[in-house]
Design a binder for this molecule. Structure first.
Ligand code: HMG
Length: 383
């Protein structure tokens, strides 16, 4: 059997962020609650001329060669911030990336879990069509109501994964543990632009799903926790990943520092929740911020999407992976970001959650290709 996995990977996050100390000051909260309690420093905020499509295209553009584009037979766009109930966001991305017409394109949804569903679907597709590649775009804007408990856990970003038979970054290993149950921990009915959340319940549901998924993975693969050198978690906020890590190691009577966690959270701490992209952002953070050579090491991954579906699976990091990562580009993107003042943050939040049937034009606030320029004749326009 040929190996399947991640050949290339990259992320994009907007050039603006709100400092959580600014949010704490405005909301009358102790900044330490956000910094130490939730484990977050900043949250990325998209300008009105950015959306899930521009973010996904910017994430993918950095890694795709013309040869890759010609071999990509499928684009799976994972998101829970969809811009249309019918047309896949992937079709906009396909056009903006100037890809060949010989492509199937689908949007995949199950809250933050969708990108992992896309990865497993991609593996099956590649096994069936070995010379072909699948592009996964995971892109989301995490927006909660202003002045709600979830507000400090917002963020935005996209990850692009090129999946193929030539996994230069990480091989997807055989075996997984699955869990699904119909619950209302976090959900967004069609009439709402922000989710309804039972925050405390959601953290319990996440941990329950983790334990169940891990048990299924262990039963199927017989790999012990200590057979994994690293663990990456879906990271709505870093404190949640820390809780998950403690819980998982505790089941096996292991101290949390038996497996190091910090490198998997460095980027998430600066970006916030990016829903479908969060787990893969944590993976990129591990690949790019640890001093250790990860070649040959195994990473256990827990993907969770409210509602709820969880999956535990593993990746094997490939020799020479470092040379295939756009690390300098990512670091510069993070260090070049600008802090927003609170009034601008609130204004952009209101624009991002407004619902209108009127056409509009967005102000030019972000550089680079592409920009979301507004809506004309009820159709989204990009430049
Ligand atoms: P809250 O209830 O306002 O916060 O919001 P809290 O009182 O639980 O405090 C948070 C932590 O800060 C606690 O730590 C406090 O002790 C600590 P813990 O006990 O949990 O370890 N703390 C302090 N630490 C230091 N100095 C201080 C201080 N004060 C308090 N002065 C909540 C927290 C998570 C409920 C809220 O942010 C929320 O609703 N977030 C959104 C929901 C969410 O992220 N859920 C996570 C699991 S569900 C999931 O991951 C799926 C999701 O990504 C969506 C999807 O799948 O699509 C959300």
């Amino acid at each position: 059997m040929h190996s399947v996995g991640i050949e290339k990977i990259s992320f994009y996050t907007p050039p603006f962020y709100l400092n959580l100390s600014t949010l704490a000051e405005q909301r009358g909260q102790d900044p330490e609650k956000f910094r130490r309690g939730l484990g977050q420093e900043k949250m990325s905020q998209p300008a009105p001329d950015e959306d899930i499509i521009t973010m996904a295209v910017k994430a993918a553009d950095v890694i795709l060669s013309e040869t890759d584009k010609a071999s990509i037979e499928t684009i799976l766009f994972a998101t829970e911030s969809g811009v249309d109930q019918s047309k896949s966001a992937g079709l906009y991305a396909h056009q903006l990336l100037q890809m060949p017409e010989t492509c199937r394109i689908v949007e995949v949804k199950q809250a933050c879990y969708a990108a992992t569903a896309a990865l497993q679907l991609a593996a099956g597709m590649i096994a069936w069509r070995p010379g072909k590649k699948v592009l996964i775009l995971a892109s989301d804007v995490a927006r909660y109501d202003l002045d709600s408990p979830g507000e400090a856990t917002q963020g935005a970003g996209a990850v692009a994964l090129l999946v193929s038979h030539d996994p230069k970054i990480a091989e997807l290993e055989w075996g997984c543990g699955l869990h699904s149950e119909g619950i209302h921990d976090f959900w967004r009915p069609n009439h709402r632009s922000t989710p309804l959340v039972d925050g405390k319940f959601s953290t319990k549901a996440y941990l329950n799903s983790l334990k169940f998924s891990w048990q299924g993975y262990f039963t199927e693969t017989q790999r012990a926790l200590t057979d994994h050198q690293w663990l990456c978690y879906h990271t709505p906020f870093c404190g949640m990943a820390r809780k998950a890590h403690r819980e998982l190691l505790h089941i096996h009577d292991l101290a949390p520092d038996t497996i190091e966690l910090a490198p998997t959270l460095a980027y998430n701490r600066e970006i916030g929740n990016a829903y479908t992209a969060s787990l893969y952002l944590s993976l990129i953070s591990l690949l790019e911020t640890t001093e250790v050579d990860l070649s040959g090491q195994r990473v256990g991954c827990f993907s969770y999407g409210s509602g709820a579906t969880g999956e535990f699976f593993s990746l094997k990091i490939q020799p020479g992976y470092q040379t295939h990562l756009p690390t300098a580009y990512h670091r510069k993107m993070l260090s070049d970001r600008q802090a927003l003042d609170f009034a601008t943050y609130q204004d952009w939040h209101e624009q991002g959650t407004a619902r209108s049937e009127e056409d509009f034009v967005t102000p030019e606030l972000t550089a680079g290709y592409p920009r979301f320029t507004g809506v004309t004749g009820q159709a989204r326009c990009y430049k």
